[in-house]
Write a protein that binds this ligand. Structure first.
Ligand SMILES: CCCCCCCCCC(=O)SCCNC(=O)CCNC(=O)[C@H](O)C(C)(C)COP(=O)(O)OP(=O)(O)OC[C@H]1O[C@@H](n2cnc3c(N)ncnc32)[C@H](O)[C@@H]1OP(=O)(O)O
Length: 241
């Protein structure tokens, strides 16, 4: 079982490499498809990463379960017509910022994006995000690993908050440009088993000047179990005073 799963994941990984070459999925070299500020930023980063050879952590690895692989393939398929965009992910925050990607400044070498802080595959946050521009919706496929334990066998509430914050934050970032979470309110409805796969589904509900109102649900793949629901407010730019 384990071995078969690994081979399957590698085969899919090879397939994914091919699909990364297709323009609509990563918005690579397709400026006419790019109309949102954040998407153009992300396509720029994707383009740049080809040259800087940054490791993209949102690609399948051997720790991904069959459920995670199946869901990933499903979303990748929905990228083909441009309805969804795959969002690349790097382990340093700075590599997401145009003009700073691949930076070798001393201070920036020491820092890491919190969710990519663990080196071993599968022990912490395994996740991949996809964005739907017309729905202003960011989904995150999330497989919590054994080092995210809170109650025995289940994800720590702080890790759930972190993945929600990142998904909601990325959604605000793509829709409104540079933004910070000002407020995040979470209701935990049902514990998330470690090693399971959940879908973190967030969307922008309203934008009022700098204020970006978002909502989010965390559900099991079959949609039957509501693990958490959240509302949040991000504030776009101007926070750097
Ligand atoms: C790159 C790869 C992807 C990475 C994604 C990772 C995403 C991670 C997201 C995060 O974790 S961000 C880090 C956690 N957040 C923070 O540390 C934010 C800390 N807080 C601040 O920096 C400031 O308080 C903030 C920028 C949020 C707001 O300060 P501002 O000076 O810009 O706003 P100001 O205080 O003038 O308020 C503007 C409006 O927002 C309202 N507001 C501000 N803070 C609020 C709040 N907390 N709750 C509700 N409303 C709030 C405020 O009342 C006001 O409303 P009105 O215009 O109607 O008067």
């Amino acid at each position: 079982g384990m071995r078969r799963g690994l081979v399957g994941a590698q085969a899919r990984l090879a397939g994914d490499k091919k699909s990364r070459m297709r323009a609509p999925c990563t918005a690579l070299g397709a400026p006419s498809l790019i109309f949102l500020h954040g998407i153009s930023t992300i396509s720029f980063q994707t383009w740049l990463s080809q040259f800087k050879q940054l490791k993209d952590y949102a690609l399948p690895n051997s720790s991904w379960s069959q459920g995670m692989m199946d869901l990933y393939s499903k979303f990748l398929e929905m990228c083909k017509d441009g309805t969804w965009k795959r969002i690349p992910s790097y382990n340093r925050t700075v590599d997401h910022i145009p003009g700073k990607a691949g930076s070798n400044e001393k201070e920036q070498k020491k820092t890491r994006l919190f969710l990519r802080s663990m080196d071993a595959e599968g022990v912490g946050f395994e996740y991949a995000m996809f964005f739907n521009p017309s729905e202003k919706r960011m989904v995150c496929l999330f497989q919590p690993g054994p080092y995210l334990e809170g109650p025995p066998g289940f994800a720590h509430g702080g890790s759930t908050a972190a993945i929600i914050d990142s998904t909601v934050g990325s959604c605000a970032l793509v829709v409104a440009g540079r933004a910070m979470t000002a407020n995040l309110s979470i209701n935990y409805r049902s514990p998330i088993p470690l090693g399971s796969v959940v879908l973190v589904d967030s969307k922008v509900d309203q934008v009022e000047e700098r204020k970006v109102f978002l909502s989010c649900e965390v559900r099991s793949i079959d949609g039957q179990t509501l693990h958490a629901e959240a509302t949040g407010k991000d504030l776009a730019a101007g926070f750097h005073r």
